[in-house]
Design a protein around this ligand. Sequence first.
Ligand code: R5P
Length: 283
Amino acid sequence: MKVIGGSASKLLTQQLIEQPGFEAVDMVTKRFPDTEFYVKINEDLAEEDIVIIQTTYPDENLIELFLLQDAVSRLNPGSITTIVPYFGYARQDKEFTNGEAVSARNLAKHIGLLSDKLYTIDIHNISIMDAFGKDAVNLSGMPAIGEYLANEDVDAILSPDKGSKDRAALAAKSAGCGWDFLEKTRVDGSTVEMKPKNLDVDGKTVAIVDDIIATGGTIIKAAEQLRSQGAKRVIAACTHGLYTGGSIPKLKGSCDLLFSTDTLESETSKISMASIIANALTQ
Ligand code: R5P
């Protein structure tokens, strides 16, 4: 398969084309002095199956994806598969208040227009997959995160809330350990306690797994609480390390280990999603 990697997913694309059966498309990209994006594909892609990989965060990378799709579609390919490793705007997945844009569904619809098939990875809310309007599959980084955690001798994997417990369960299955979710209880007007629903963490090594770490607030609060309940080591792992406001130092100060996948490329990207994507594309 021929692969086009956008600038937000360079490392992941590099890892993918190192897998058997994948090769990079010859193309030129640049930014004009006003920062607008330009792409020219230098190959005949007629009847070829093309894979485009691009994380759509921040906004400029979404525009880049649209233009990559446009350039490919003009060359009469056999098919276009779009892979969005981190789908930006995923958390604006419903009209929380009347009058708001439902950003996730709107962007999914537009990304789907020039695609025959799509893949996302640990999308925040699976219910928006139908908005792509095409065959769209959500892959997960949680089994790979679990495998990584197996080498850290974790006793339990926790999700920050009940709604994301399936991710903890999936990671724990690969790690071969127990799992639970953190339950919030209001203690008084200003105190909320976060505690595993069933497990006792006293003296244990625990990992909190989440789809996204942004400000780090959720993880830092959870780590603080777990330590006060006696946890010996607290590890934080996520699929998408967004780290808004430069939250890595604060997170590192609060957790014994912090890591993520390469859906968003950063110093914490210890796990590549390339082989998972390659398997999905070739099965
Ligand atoms: C929330 O629903 C998400 O799954 C994450 O828990 C959230 O985005 C983390 O955000 P932050 O790092 O800012 O607490």
